[in-house]
Design a protein around this ligand. Structure first.
Ligand SMILES: CC(C)(COP(=O)(O)OP(=O)(O)OC[C@H]1O[C@@H](n2cnc3c(N)ncnc32)[C@H](O)[C@@H]1OP(=O)(O)O)[C@@H](O)C(=O)NCCC(=O)NCCSC(=O)C[C@H](O)C(=O)O
Ligand SMILES: [Mg+2]
Length: 297
């Protein structure tokens, strides 16, 4: 699957210590799985979690689900062993938690290079500290540097952000809207994907769907999730709707008409359509086709 048009609608976390969740997620309709070694794992279970996660990733039993290992942060007793284990396992990406500055990305990127991690192993970065909000642009810009070039996605960590900023996690997320949109533009400035934070109330499906729609409207590619029941609605909200797909096909077909060859702007059904809309239409169709291929396979 092209990295450029990879659906990342639903990204499900699970504690690496939870063998049942690791097994169950082989059958779940998630675009990506985050096998966690960090905050969802108690200190006394870190070693067990690391072993289970390595075994799970190496099993090759997760189909086309993207596999991401969240390691513990630098300076903790587990950081080095986590990174070495991740390299041994060879996931699609290593998720770096508690990123504050671009230097945190460079540090992990340099270690991946020194330890000869396979070239396909990317980095994702947790955006969950007040410093990360201040430095979002420079963190995303690390993707253009020698040791940051594995960076592929930013992930909002709204629980830690609430803890460290003392902003409240409330319906509508008004206290966080500035951070969310600033991090979206930081990601887009450097060609990165961005995944929204988790919704903690498993019983409030209405609130969950509203937050998915909000994240989508802000430009997020998908949402991080904590339970299988959040997968279905999330996949629906973040997939291009049928009418957008139909319109996009119309735009592509119109620009392919001989009379429109070489034109930068045309009219379709009374609407002005420019080359930028053609680019958007192509992306919508590519993503829709990738989602359809996943469902078929
Ligand atoms: C929240 C949970 C602890 C609830 O667990 P549980 O009570 O066991 O749920 P259920 O009984 O309803 O589970 C039903 C079945 O689904 C499986 N299950 C549950 N959760 C997951 C999951 N995340 N992945 C895969 N499978 C899952 C159960 O095993 C049951 O299966 P079956 O036996 O077949 O019936 C639990 O959902 C959970 O641990 N969720 C993930 C928590 C987590 O990973 N948290 C860390 C990430 S959040 C975060 O840190 C974000 C960020 O850093 C920030 O700062 O914001
Ligand atoms: Mg966190």
């Amino acid at each position: 699957m092209s990295e450029l048009f990879r659906p990342r609608r639903s990204v499900l976390y699970m504690p690496g210590s939870n063998a049942r969740a690791l097994e169950k997620s082989k059958t779940l309709d998630a675009d990506a799985l985050i096998l966690d070694l960090e905050d969802a794992v108690a200190p006394e279970e870190k070693d067990l979690a690391r072993e289970q996660v390595v075994e799970a990733v190496k099993s090759g039993e997760y189909g086309d689900r993207e596999l991401i290992i969240r390691i513990n942060p630098a300076g903790t007793p587990w950081a080095t062993a986590d990174l070495e284990a991740a390299i041994e396992a060879g996931p699609d990406a290593v998720l770096v938690p508690k990123v504050n500055t671009a230097a945190d990305i460079h540090q992990v990127g340099r270690k991946l290079a020194e330890l000869h991690a396979d070239a396909h192993v990317r980095m994702w970065a947790m955006m969950e500290t007040p410093l990360a909000m201040l430095n979002a642009g420079e963190i995303a810009a690390a993707a253009a540097s020698q040791y940051g070039r594995r960076l592929a996605a930013l992930v909002m960590g709204t629980n830690d952000l609430a803890k460290d900023s003392r902003a409240r996690l409330i319906a509508g997320r008004q206290p966080m809207l500035g951070w969310l949109s600033n991090t979206v533009v930081a990601a887009r400035s450097y060609g990165l994907d961005i995944i929204d934070g988790v919704f903690n109330d498993l019983d409030d499906m209405e609130g969950f769907e509203a937050e998915c729609a909000q994240g989508r409207d802000f430009g997020m590619d998908g949402k991080t999730l904590i339970h299988p029941r959040q997968l279905g609605p999330c996949n629906v909200v973040f997939a291009p709707p049928e009418e957008d797909i139909a319109w996009s096909r119309k735009v592509i077909a119109a620009f392919e008409e001989p009379e429109n060859e070489g034109k930068g702007v045309i009219k379709i059904g009374g609407k002005m359509v420019e080359l930028l809309h053609l680019e958007m239409a192509r992306r919508t169709v590519h993503i829709a086709e990738a989602i359809a291929a996943k469902s078929a396979g």
